[in-house]
Every structure is written in structure tokens, then in C-alpha cells.
Write a protein that binds this ligand. Structure first.
Ligand code: UT7
Length: 333
């Protein structure tokens, strides 16, 4: 039996994103908790973030980003063969956001699934899954990274609340295209750090009930910021170097890195470790804060829209999140 099959490469057919209109500045946060614009700016680089309006939800953010992406790709929802939604803040626990998105967009009865719980690394991990699906069977996959964190976090906890924002980003990957090729992806997980960054309530270990809700502790994001910081820098820079190695390229070949937007200092440290200049590291964390699995696809959409990426550019995407999970992808424009 011939076990060799044609291995198709994944191409980016469209890019898109959506952020809610409502802006929450550092000064706004300083009215609510004991913090200051100076502290948030110095420690994170964040100046403002967007928060969803009451009539918005994870599904509406995802649908808005998807429609922009489909339009950018020149595709109809009925052209999509599969949907993956990366999110830690789903519309419902069951069914997943991808099923609701399929119906909302008017897709056919295509398979859909969520990649949930991998924190901010979910979208780049989803690229890894999607390229493998495309390699064995040509199909167009809509991949969305979306978070509505403002509705799930503890607004009284200054150590975490000021970091986050809401938003969504998306791409369509397909077997053929002329805009950008997904050359390779490196992903990893180190589950022993699960307790260092977690939202541990609501699952079977800690189900929602009268006691947990009365404790007021049900929406607490537990995070050892310093440990997360150190691991994020290490894993994103190592994974970026590994994916370059896999495709036989050097740092000198890289035009731009689009890293997870959690903290300007993390981004700068990753750039330094890789030997790239600050202006090769794409940054929008000052405008949107940390939008979890939406940061990378939204930043990618923004960089493309602003014309910052030229034909021939090699671009790296890299993300790190709860788990710990991390991924880096190499994209040839
Ligand atoms: O996407 C993955 C998710 N998370 C991350 O990527 C986060 C990674 N970590 C970080 O970005 C940084 O560790 C933080 C921004 C979270 C914190 O910065 P830091 O320089 O590591 O500060 P720290 O945690 O060591 O806290 C320093 C001080 C503490 O006070 P004491 O104990 O030194 O008196 C905090 O209580 O700053 C205090 N603090 C604040 N002060 C004003 C913590 N949050 C705030 C705040 N405003 N919002």
C-alpha cells in the first residue's frame, strides 16, 4: 500500500478582527481600584483597553471578526469547511462557541470545535491543528481567537483586572492562496505549571454552588505574575528560534514578530533574546491590553491592514498562556 500522500500546505486567505467601542483608560481604573496610570504604564505598557457593551457577548465579538475576515478573503460563510474557536471565555459551557458561531454566520453543517482553556496561546495552537487538517484534506478553516474577559474577571483585583481587554481576531486558512503561507509551527505544554495561572472555579473540581458563589471568589484569576513573565519570555523566544530552525531560516531573515500582547516588557525581552530590534516586534498592547487568544490574530490583522508587512516578508507569530502552553508559527508573505 502506498502510504505517501500529498502534503498540502496551509495558506492564509483572509485576516480580520473586531474590538468593542467602549474604551477603559488607566485613569478609569484608578477610579475603581488602588492603582495609577504610572504603575500600569511602567509595569505593562498598557494605556487603555476595550470592554464589551452589555449587548455584546463572546459570540457577537467572534461573529464580527469572522465577517471582516470572510470579506477580506472574498468568501461567503457557506464556503467555510470547518471552524475552530480559541477562547477561555466561551459564550456558554455547552455547546461550545464554535457551534453557535456556525449558526450565526450561516455556514453549512460543517464540523466545528473550540480550543478552550489554553489561555492566550489558543489561537496559535489552533493554527497548528488546522494546518494538519488541511495537509491531509483540502478545506477552508475559519480560526477565531476571542475573549470577553471583562465579564469573567474579578474587578476588585487590581493585580489582574487592569491587564485585560476584550476583542477578537480571525483568519481563514486554506490549501491554496497567494497572500501568505504557514510554513511551520512549534507548540509545547508544561502542565506542572497549571496552578500558576488559572481561573479554577466552575469546573468539576470547584463547581459553582451557593458556597463558592457566596465566597465571592468564583471569578478570581490566580496568577503568579513574575513566574508567568519569566516563562513567557523564555518559551516565546525559544519556540520562535525552534520554528526558524525547522524551516532552515535565521533570525536575520525575519522581518517582523507578532507576539502575544500581554506586557510591553515581555515583548521587548523576547525581541532582545532573539536579537531583533524593537521596531521588528509588533506592539499594540498599549491600545488594547491583553485580549488573551485574540491578541495575535487581531495584531496580525492590524499589521496587514496598516500595510506593515510586504510581499516576501517572513513573519513569526508567537504566544504563551495558561497551562503553560506556548506556540510559534512561521508565515511567509
Ligand atoms: O497572557 C498571560 C497572562 N499574564 C501575563 O502575561 C502577566 C505576566 N506578568 C506581568 O506582566 C507582570 O508580572 C505584572 C504586570 C502582572 C506585574 O508586574 P511586576 O513588576 O511583576 O509586579 P509585582 O507583581 O512584583 O508587584 C509589584 C507591586 C506589588 O506590591 P508590593 O508587594 O511590592 O508592595 C503589588 O501588590 O505592585 C503591586 N501591584 C499594583 N500596584 C498598583 C499589583 N498590581 C498593581 C496595580 N496597581 N494594578
Amino acid at each position: 500500500m502506498n502510504v505517501f500522500r500529498l502534503r498540502l500546505m496551509a495558506h492564509f486567505l483572509g485576516f480580520g478582527g473586531y474590538v468593542p467601542e467602549q474604551i477603559m483608560t488607566n485613569a478609569d481604573w484608578a477610579q475603581l481600584v488602588d492603582t495609577s496610570d504610572e504603575w500600569i504604564t511602567q509595569r505593562t505598557g498598557i494605556k487603555q483597553r476595550r470592554f464589551a457593551a452589555p449587548d455584546e457577548s463572546t459570540l457577537t465579538l467572534a461573529a464580527n471578526a469572522s465577517r471582516v475576515t470572510l470579506s477580506d478573503a472574498g468568501l461567503d460563510a457557506r464556503d467555510i469547511d470547518e471552524i475552530i474557536v480559541a477562547t477561555d471565555t466561551p459564550e456558554l459551557y455547552t455547546p461550545d462557541t464554535s457551534a453557535l458561531l456556525q449558526e450565526e454566520l450561516g455556514c453549512r453543517n460543517i464540523p466545528t470545535y473550540d480550543l478552550g482553556g489554553s489561555g492566550c496561546a489558543g489561537f496559535v495552537q489552533a493554527l497548528d491543528v488546522a494546518r494538519a487538517r488541511i495537509a491531509f484534506e483540502p478545506r477552508k478553516i475559519l480560526i477565531v481567537g476571542v475573549e470577553l474577559i471583562s465579564r469573567m474577571m474579578d474587578w476588585k483585583d487590581r493585580a489582574t483586572a487592569v491587564l485585560f481587554g476584550d476583542g477578537a481576531g480571525a483568519v481563514v486558512l486554506g490549501p491554496e492562496g497567494s497572500r501568505a503561507r504557514l510554513l511551520d509551527v512549534v507548540s509545547g505544554t508544561e502542565g506542572r505549571y497549571a496552578d500558576i495561572l488559572t481561573l479554577a472555579s466552575g469546573g468539576t473540581r470547584n463547581p459553582f454552588n451557593e458556597l463558592t458563589l457566596a465566597s465571592g471568589d468564583y471569578n478570581r484569576i490566580v496568577m503568579d505574575g513574575r513566574r508567568v513573565f519569566i516563562e513567557a519570555v523564555r518559551r516565546m523566544s525559544e519556540a520562535s528560534a525552534q520554528v526558524l530552525d525547522k524551516i532552515g531560516k535565521k533570525v536575520a531573515d525575519v522581518a517582523m514578530v507578532i507576539p502575544h500582547q500581554a506586557n510591553l516588557r515581555i515583548i521587548e525581552a523576547v525581541g532582545k533574546k532573539l536579537g531583533l530590534s524593537d521596531d521588528q516586534m509588533y506592539v499594540n498592547v498599549h491600545e488594547y491590553g491583553n485580549t488573551g487568544s485574540a491578541t495575535v490574530p487581531f495584531a496580525l490583522h492590524e499589521a496587514v491592514q496598516k500595510g506593515l508587512i510586504a510581499k516576501g516578508d517572513l513573519v513569526l507569530l508567537t504566544a504563551f498562556g495558561a497551562g503553560f502552553h506556548w506556540s510559534a508559527a512561521a508565515v511567509q508573505f
